[in-house]
Design a protein around this ligand. Sequence first.
Ligand code: MN
Length: 300
Amino acid sequence: MSNSNSAAPVAIPTRDAELGRGMRIRRALPNRGKRLIGAWCFLDHVGPVDVSEGDGLSVGPHPHTGLQTFTWMVEGEILHRDSLGYEQIIRPGQVNLMTAGHGISHSETSPAQRPKNIHVAQLWIALPDALRNMDPAFEHYPELPRQEHDGFSLTLLAGELLGERSPVRVHSPLFGTDISAVGGTRTVMPLRPEFEYGLLVLSGEVQAAGQTLVPGALLDLGSGRDSLPLACGDAARCLLLGGQPFGEEVLLWWNFVGRTRAEIESYTADWQAGRRFGTVPGGMQRLVAPPVPEGLRAGG
Ligand code: MN
C-alpha cells in the first residue's frame, strides 16, 4: 500500500466549548486553522456525560442556515423538535439529518424518561453554493449499513465503503464511518486519494498511521492516501470522516453557514425579528443570537 504523496498526519487537540448549561464539548472542527474535511465543517464530541439530574440536555430553539446538521448517537437519547413540525427521539446507532437550506430552527433536549448518559457526535455539513438556499428538510435514519471487517464493526454514516452505500442524503462527495472494536485488532481501511480525511477517537485508544490517539484529538490525515492502517488494543471507537476538498470559502458564525458578513447579518436580524426560521413547538425559550463581529469574513 503506497501513501507516497501524503504528508505526515497531524494530531490537532480539540478545544473545549460548552453546550447549554455547563455541558462540556470537545470541538474538533473548526479548530486551530483546520476548517473543513470535505464538506464536514463542524465537529463536536459530547460525553459520555451524566444527564440524569435536572433537565439534562436543554438546548432551546435556535436557527440554522446553509448546512446539514448530522447527529450520531453513541449512547443515550435526545429529543429533536423543529420548525417543520418534526419531533424525533434519536437513539444509539441512529442518525438525525436536518437540512437547514435557507432556514430552519430546532431544539434539542433530554426526554423526560431517559438513560443516564449522553454520548454523541454532532457534525455540520456545508451545503454547496448551488444548493445552500434549498428548502429545509429533516430525515431520521433508524439504522445504517453495518459491516464486520477484521474484528472491527463498521457503521457507514455517509458515502461508500467496501461495496456498501449509506442512505444518508448528502450533497457533495463525502464519507463517514463509525469504527468500533470490543477486543484488540488491526486492519487497513481503504481510502480515496482524492479525498481528505480526519480521524476522531470517541472512546478507548486507537493507533492510526503510526500515531496513538485518545478522545480529545483530531488526526488530520490530509489527502493523497489510498489506505489507513488502524489498530486498537481494547474496546475502542472512532469516526473516520472524509470528502472531496470543498473548494468554497464558507463563513461560520454562531449557528449559521454563509458566504459573506452581510448574509450573516441578515440571518441574525431575521432570527431576532422572528422571520425566516419558523417556530419550534414546545414553548421553550429561544436562544438569543450574539452580535456579529465587525471583522467577520470568510477565511478569517
Ligand atoms: Mn442546532
